[in-house]
Ligand binder design. Sequence first.
Ligand SMILES: NC(=O)c1ccc[n+]([C@@H]2O[C@H](COP(=O)([O-])OP(=O)(O)OC[C@H]3O[C@@H](n4cnc5c(N)ncnc54)[C@H](OP(=O)(O)O)[C@@H]3O)[C@@H](O)[C@H]2O)c1
Length: 304
Amino acid sequence: MSHVEKVLMAPQGPQFSKLVQGYWRLGAWDMNAQSRLSFLKAHVEMGITSVDHAAIYGAGECETLFGEALKLDSSMRDQIEIISKFGINGIATGANEKRVSHYDSSQQAILASTEHSLRRLGVEQLDTLLVHRPDFLMDADQVAEAFTKLKQSGKVKHFGVSNFTASQFDLLQSRLDMPLVTNQVEINPMNFDVIENGVCDQLQQVRVRPMAWSCLAGGEIFRAQTEQAKRLRETLTELAQELGASSMEQVIFAWVLKHPSNPVALIGSGKIERIKEAVSALALQMNTEQWYRVWVASKGFGVA
Ligand SMILES: NC(=O)c1ccc[n+]([C@@H]2O[C@H](COP(=O)([O-])OP(=O)(O)OC[C@H]3O[C@@H](n4cnc5c(N)ncnc54)[C@H](OP(=O)(O)O)[C@@H]3O)[C@@H](O)[C@H]2O)c1
């Protein structure tokens, strides 16, 4: 099995590992702190050194669980790049509760959320902080001011966005004197809107790599009984045989990584065996016709 290489995310940006371990589902993995540390060490050993968090994951619990594991071996901090996100205010609604979950990218909210993330993770600095979702009330000047304060205080090294359109990315970038280093977006064979709606074109233009989330559509690609999912499974199984891949997962990761915007791919599994599958996918060489076979299976029709 090859070692996962590090890649430059953007001009003057950070280096992330080409596969990034996602920690959204950490609360469901049923691991004690020692097993969490062993899991982290196992993927770092493979070269997967970048880890993805968000303030909202498990209402903060995922960052806390990760921080507990990190505390058991402080030498791990310098071996990893920690990405986290801010901006979603979840509200647990009771029967008579009229308040709703909402986005908040005010300067105060950004600074407070970052402090909480740092405390929960037990670290002094985030390697990269992302705006989790585009806030319809985003005031780009306020976000830029908060980012500048966080950079100057050394609490965050780099900044990026997630689920942004190309114009939202441009707007925020226009107010910053440092580069946005990624746009974290959904890319999988069941949903590749960003490949068609200009988001990936714009990232390719400015040489900023997307981070592809839910590459396996959260597992739906293996479970769903829709015609689309059935067509995809048939095609992915055929391609696995042609490419000498050991699973459909490997073909999917190779499909995501082939896009010329040069994404890094997030892994969502808490199982080391499945992470090894993703690593082996890096060696697969998918040709253009094979890539389009997945596109056609997803759409249910061919190109003109
Ligand atoms: N920025 C955003 O808005 C956003 C949104 C969503 C996610 N993310 C990030 O992206 C990361 C990855 O997302 P994701 O967790 O949705 O990734 P994913 O890889 O699409 O889905 C992972 C899920 O699929 C299951 N799975 C994997 N292989 C399977 C198989 N062969 N058969 C059946 N189920 C299988 C996993 O279960 P096991 O654990 O049992 O293997 C896990 O529950 C997250 O951790 C988070 O960091 C970001």
